[in-house]
Design a protein around this ligand. Structure first.
Ligand code: G6P
Length: 370
């Protein structure tokens, strides 16, 4: 097992550090920047089905559901196809309206999650075109779907999903750009500059890992005895906040909630005092001014601010207690880059609390029962 961990203390840390490679592997053979094309047979062979879809419904559980939420932002922004995202467990039992004009995408690392599988079967019965985004090759979901794209992130052993999540985001980005280019909603110049930026995302992730790793170990020490955390973000980074909170609760057993930053005033603000740490994702592109005012509201209530900002940021950084810098990207890529320090933060807090990081209590890597 020590050999499999490749010198890392836990699989989770190894998998966090594998992300530059796993994201690259997800794009390999698909993203051809020189030629200016995205090759995805699963999409291309059925492109009319996507083009003529009334809507895309994304179903998933856990971390994969968070990826789905970001998928909604991506596909609606770039391909202008309406998207709904649902927990598979809710979808399957609520008698949903599904027609043969719908495309249902299931996202699942394991490809074995019982609720996701059952929701897909239901969608198939109703005539929808069903598509899978799975990591495990030849898994049950991969086999039942009409078509799909593997994430190719490599085996993920840590129960808390890390590299599978960023690989899912990569696939969803490729799908959104491919469909947008095909249906004319994403012009050629924008397409070309976005794919060039996507191609360099593994490098950006590499930079974040090396520039934040030591700093986050220091930050984590200050929160070993904390019992609550809030995670806030807007736009694309709202689901990234949900995922950051999920990582922390899964492995450290600290209660953590993710919220869209603007919803703070409808509840969570009541919880803010000097004992409440708040992780706020505040990149320059993505409603920055609005985030600044959210941070002011937190500051006025003496909340402890851990800000994830772009290099050279001033306004949010001046108010924050801890500043974690990530490189600036187009907004649609920021959840990938911002998730990395949040994974590290959850990891180190859990390690310092003596938790079993790779196998947290009560959780399973793949939930094959209801
Ligand atoms: C479990 C795992 C999570 C995962 C979720 C969905 O809860 O512990 O890490 O996100 O299942 O799994 P899937 O394999 O369908 O992505």
């Amino acid at each position: 097992e020590q050999i499999e961990k490749g010198g890392y203390e836990h699989f989770m840390l190894k998998e966090i550090f594998e992300q530059p490679k796993s994201i690259h592997d997800t794009m390999r053979g698909r993203l051809l920047v020189e030629e200016g094309v995205i090759k995805m047979a699963g999409i291309w062979d059925h492109v009319e089905r996507f083009k003529n879809a009334n809507r895309i419904i994304i179903i998933a559980c856990g971390t994969s559901w968070h990826a789905g939420l970001i998928g909604e932002y991506l596909i609606e922004e770039y391909a202008r196809i309406p998207v709904e995202v649902e927990y598979a467990s809710e979808f399957r039992y609520r008698n949903p309206i599904i027609t043969d004009k719908d495309v249902v995408i299931a996202i699942s690392q394991s490809g074995e999650t019982a609720d996701t599988m059952a929701a897909l079967k239901l969608a198939k019965e109703k005539g929808a075109f069903i598509y899978g985004i799975c990591n495990v090759v030849d898994s049950s979901i991969a086999r039942i779907t009409d078509a799909g794209s593997y994430t190719h992130a490599g085996p993920e052993i840590g129960v808390a999903s890390t590299k599978a999540f960023t690989a899912q985001l990569t696939i969803l980005t490729l799908i959104a750009f491919k469909l947008g280019k095909h249906n004319g909603n994403l012009g050629n110049a924008d397409f070309m500059s976005l794919i060039a930026e996507l191609d360099a995302i593994p490098k950006r992730v590499e930079e974040v890992l090396s520039s934040t790793h030591e700093q986050i170990q220091q930050i984590a020490k200050d929160f070993v005895s904390t019992s609550n955390f809030l995670y806030l973000g807007r736009g694309y980074n709202y689901p990234a906040a949900l995922e950051g909170a999920l990582k922390l609760k899964e492995i450290s057993y600290i209660h953590a909630e993710g919220y869209p930053a603007a919803e703070m005033k409808h509840g969570p603000i009541a919880l803010i005092d000097e004992n409440m740490p708040i992780v706020i994702i505040a990149p320059k592109k993505g409603h920055y001014d609005k985030i600044v005012s959210n941070v002011q509201e937190i500051k006025a209530r003496k909340g402890k601010i851990i800000a994830v900002v772009n290099k050279g940021d001033r306004q949010v950084s001046e108010m924050a207690d801890y500043v974690i810098e990530i490189p600036e990207t187009s907004e649609c890529f920021s959840p990938i880059v911002a998730s990395v320090p949040l994974q590290l933060l959850a990891y180190y807090i859990a390690v310092y609390r003596g938790a079993n990081v790779d196998q947290p209590r009560n959780l399973a890597k793949s939930v094959t029962v209801e």
